[in-house]
Design a protein around this ligand. Sequence first.
Ligand code: 13P
Length: 250
Amino acid sequence: MRRPIVAGNWKLNGTLDDAEELVVALKNLVKDVEKVDIIIAPPFTVLSIISALLIGTNIKLAAQNMYFENSGAYTGEVSPVMLKDVGCEYVILGHSERRGYFAETSDIVNKKIKSAFANDLTPIMCIGESLEQREADLTFNVIETQLKEGLGGLENELAKNVIVAYEPIWAIGTGKTATKEQAQEVHAFIRGKLNDFFGKDVANAVRILYGGSVKPENVDELMSQKDIDGSLVGGASLKAESFARIVKFQ
Ligand code: 13P
């Protein structure tokens, strides 16, 4: 049995006041939830204050990105050591917005994943195809390549702790969600590839999240699918009520 995860990716949103207000409301709304790992990924600038607000709650902290070096002359970057120091347990890596706007390659993502593990952070690796790739029937090729390159060289005992997020780019921020059948088809493919690369134990253990316009209205049907182990939520994670409803999927 894989324990479900619901993670909120705040992206580039949240001043100190916004963040505090959202977290105070959220922790109250989800305080009785026991069967789900609840994660929020606010921007770097508010991690410290939110980390303090989350002490003693059932909500875990993630960052949205990091560099793969621990320290040094890398102006503007943030390291895994710093994320651990501030109380993060997870880090989102390889989000399509980072791959698309900031030229992150699978090779960089692979280095970041290894560096996250080396610093005791659990990586949430995002993969997903564009609309053009889907229409050209390249979805499975893209997913296989991103998975193979992103996880290349990992030992099995680390690979089983990776969290994979399938986020079709055409469904992100568009209001257009993959149908449960479309999502399940790709999730099953991902699990099959994990089996090919690492074997059955890893494939059965890895939690695969769906992301892309997840909302209170569609979360239940997505979560009814066998290989969908949770969700990575953007826009709907910025409102305490909607994120709490997604956490309490049925
Ligand atoms: P939306 O939920 O806003 O579509 O964003 C999904 C996402 O990119 C989460 O990482």
